[in-house]
Design a binder for this molecule. Structure first.
Ligand code: SIN
Length: 318
């Protein structure tokens, strides 16, 4: 059983949509549903164990996370900063779609790096499914947000907790659909207990300044794309993107971030012309180990994470 909470143990739940808030016409349909239909207050009401707990719910957005936008990220970061600064709030839960959760989590960890927990929670089945996973995940997320000493941006699905800076979606339909590459999970929620495997993400000073930098950044935010090295690759995509005004390019290389020679030549020309280039690997796990003379490498970041990192660098808030 959870300990009795006081008004000083408030958890704020911010809703952004996703399958956790999705509905289907048929309870047996776990694919042909519409994400982002139920309000966050309805999601909370659907979990009887949350009744009477000191919670607040706020709808920040209502979308399928494949359609995530930078203005929603900015709004979400702004609301998170507001609630995290309230002394009575011990942590914040964000309901989110699974499809781009890894990008939102990485973005929020880079910008906020909070000293309180921010738990991104999702579901692989819609709220109307015969065996919906959202209610248990939401209950687990609130427990995690109230766990003493817990901090940083975290992602929770199927009882497994990942660091926001490391999480990535690894499966198209299984309930435990996230991984963290070589880093592995951060913790497990086992019944009503949190078992941490390693330290929570460390807080970083300067969140107010980074957020202010984002809020005052010119619109639209810099254009950053991902290109992939593969058999038969050439430089045409890079040249077309450069001609169209791209500001940054992440290249998902083979193995240790190696690049097809034709693609590398185009990337080096783009870099000379002022496009920022960041090299990572299309492998599912492992770091790109620096090699002298190679294009700049993104370490253990996935292409999606590296794209956010490059975006923040171009916005001068990294
Ligand atoms: C979404 O990402 O919003 C839809 C898919 C999901 O949440 O699993």
């Amino acid at each position: 059983m959870q300990n009795a909470q006081t008004a000083l143990d408030k958890v704020v739940i911010l809703g952004t949509g996703g399958t956790i808030a999705g509905t289907a016409a048929d309870a047996g349909d776990t694919v042909g549903y519409t994400a982002g239909q139920l309000g966050v207050a309805q999601l909370v009401t659907a979990v009887p164990a949350l009744a009477g707990q000191p919670l607040e719910a706020e709808q920040v957005a209502q979308l399928d996370s494949k359609d995530m936008r930078f203005d929603v990220w900015l709004q979400l970061a702004t609301r998170l900063a507001h609630h995290l600064a309230r002394p009575e709030v011990v942590g914040v839960v964000v309901t989110h779609g699974t499809d781009t959760l890894e990008e939102t989590a990485f973005f929020l960890q880079q910008v906020l790096a909070p000293a309180k927990p921010v738990v991104l929670v999702a579901a692989m089945r819609p709220a109307t499914a015969l065996l919906a996973d959202g209610p248990q995940n939401l209950l687990d997320a609130v427990l995690l947000a109230r766990t003493p000493g817990c901090q940083g941006v975290l992602a929770l699905l199927g009882g497994t907790v990942h660091a926001g800076g490391e999480v990535r979606k690894t499966h198209t339909y299984r309930l435990d659909a996230f991984g963290s590459g070589d880093a592995g999970p951060l913790a497990y929620v086992e019944a009503d207990r949190v078992r941490a495997l390693r330290p929570w993400p460390a807080p970083r000073a300067g969140a107010v300044e980074r957020l202010a930098g984002l809020q005052s950044a010119p619109q639209p935010w810099p254009w950053v794309e991902i290109v992939t090295s593969a058999a038969g690759a050439d430089g045409r995509a890079v040249q077309a993107l450069q001609a169209a005004g791209v500001a940054g390019l992440v290249v998902a290389g083979t193995g240790n971030g190696t690049l097809h020679e034709a693609l590398e030549a185009a990337l080096r020309s783009a870099e000379v012309a002022g496009v920022q280039v960041l090299r990572c690997s299309r492998c599912l796990a492992g770091s790109v180990i620096e090699v002298p003379g190679a294009l700049p490498a993104a370490g253990a970041l996935t292409p999606q994470q590296a794209r956010v990192a490059l975006l923040l660098r171009l916005l001068h808030v990294d």
